[in-house]
Design a protein around this ligand. Structure first.
Ligand SMILES: Cc1cc2nc3c(=O)[nH]c(=O)nc-3n(C[C@H](O)[C@H](O)[C@H](O)COP(=O)(O)OP(=O)(O)OC[C@H]3O[C@@H](n4cnc5c(N)ncnc54)[C@H](O)[C@@H]3O)c2cc1C
Length: 388
């Protein structure tokens, strides 16, 4: 069956639905084609089931992109306050957890229900289980699914990145970009735990579950948050954040005692210089199992000022060389994507292919941990929706 719309949105996640709602509100006839059996599956699993739907401190600096200016326009025109207004309109209760991160009090299901209700009000047509077979363009776009053919002057690609394939992530958006001759910045896993080499694994991984506040540094970036030792390597917010900046074979520098001087007491007082005093100093700063292990592995070779200074230095610049990451299976986002040079920063429309838009995670804009990725999905979706 052939159906004609003003805009065909491919992908019914955060970005696609926001785009459809904004366009529908402006009287556009919009179809959303989603290959899963329901909308917003990633929203449902986000934020541990409570969806960290925005961050009130959202700034362009919270995003990675090969063009750091690209996201500014869209982010300025659809702000966290706009998201909060929408959430409040639907009487969804929420709270600030930490660092400006807003979560639903109840469940992420409320966010999906909100978007579905907005779609209904904006008369958006939703097609679930829509397996897209082909997208072509002559005078207008033609999208073939298994059963139907959709025609329209505009197509919006909102099929997300590669993270978590088991809930429906596909390379569809990148494949389509290649078909239209668009440049792609190589996609790689972001906000993802690190995996240790065998030696570090045997040194630390029996401490799985132990966490400490650290500063993780790589590629000129640093994050002061918690680090968590896992069965295979390192995770926790600090490590997830820095993972988005890491590329093999770089090392990561970790300050395991930020702002503290562990050995100062030995310089300034008569505290005996021996392993047991150092252990008790370390235990004041680090969880005791980690403190003990650290000392076992890095015990000073002598008790001179120089040796203690070396020990101190190592605590503030622990260089780790990850074997890799847990990959797209465990990554919260995909770094890289459609090169922003191909798109208008105002509308997300392709410069080379009028009527073709890319929004959300498929674009080379990636947020830090903490609600920024949804904010980009909403903002880029709204930017395209208002231009259709
Ligand atoms: C476990 C987890 C937790 C997260 N928690 C948070 C959080 O709390 N806060 C935050 O800001 N970010 C979070 N994120 C990141 C956030 O979910 C994404 O950045 C965001 O969902 C991207 O929105 P999107 O619409 O671009 O893509 P998606 O939400 O991935 O939506 C893309 C849609 O397209 C569909 N699709 C894919 N291929 C096709 C195809 N070929 N045909 C038709 N449909 C297709 C998919 O099924 C999907 O519904 C989390 C991610 C994960 C994996």
């Amino acid at each position: 069956m052939i159906q004609t719309f003003d805009a065909i949105v491919l992908g019914g996640g955060a970005a696609g639905l926001m785009c459809a709602i904004e366009a529908g509100k402006r009287g556009r006839r919009v179809a959303v084609l989603e290959h899963a059996e329901r909308l917003g599956k990633k929203i449902l699993i986000s934020g541990g089931g409570r969806c960290n739907f925005t961050n009130i401190h959202c700034r362009p600096e919270n995003f990675l992109s090969s063009n750091p200016h690209f996201a500014k326009s869209a982010l300025a025109r659809y702000t966290p306050a706009d998201v909060v207004a929408l959430v409040e309109k639907h009487r969804i209760r929420y709270h600030e957890k930490t660092l400006g991160q807003l979560f639903c009090d109840g469940s992420a299901r409320e966010m999906v229900a909100m978007l579905e209700e907005e779609c209904r009000a904006a008369k958006v047509s939703i097609f679930l289980n829509a397996k897209i077979r082909e997208v072509g363009r002559r005078d207008e776009f033609v999208v073939h699914t298994s059963n139907d053919e959709f025609h329209g002057p505009a197509t919006v690609v909102a099929t997300g990145g590669l993270s978590v394939p088991k809930i429906g992530a596909t390379s569809f958006g990148y494949d389509l970009a290649r078909q239209f001759g668009l440049r792609i910045r190589e996609p790689r896993p972001g906000l993802v735990p690190f995996v240790f080499h065998q030696q570090d694994r045997s040194s630390y991984c029996d401490l799985a579950g132990v966490s400490a506040e650290v500063i993780a540094c790589c590629d000129g970036q640093q994050f002061r948050e918690k680090m968590l030792i896992t069965h295979r390597g390192l995770s926790g917010p600090a490590m997830l954040q820095i993972s988005s900046y890491w590329r093999e074979p770089e090392s990561i520098s970790i300050d395991v005692a930020p702002g503290r001087e562990v050995t100062q007491v030995f310089r300034d007082s008569k505290t005996p210089r021996n392993p047991s005093s150092l252990r008790s100093e370390l235990r004041k700063i680090l969880p005791s199992r980690f403190a003990d292990r650290w000392l076992e592995l890095h015990e000073p070779t002598a008790w001179t000022n120089a040796a203690l200074a070396g020990f101190e230095k190592q605590m503030h610049a622990w260089a780790i060389h990850p074997a890799g990451t847990e990959g797209f299976e465990k990554a919260e986002v995909t770094v890289g994507g459609i090169d922003t040079g191909e798109l208008s920063a105002k509308t997300m429309e392709c410069r080379k292919v009028p009527g073709l838009y890319f929004i959300g995670e498929v674009v080379d804009v990636t947020g830090h941990l903490g609600g920024f990725n949804f904010q980009w999905a909403w903002a880029s979706g709204a930017a395209a929706g208002r231009a259709l």
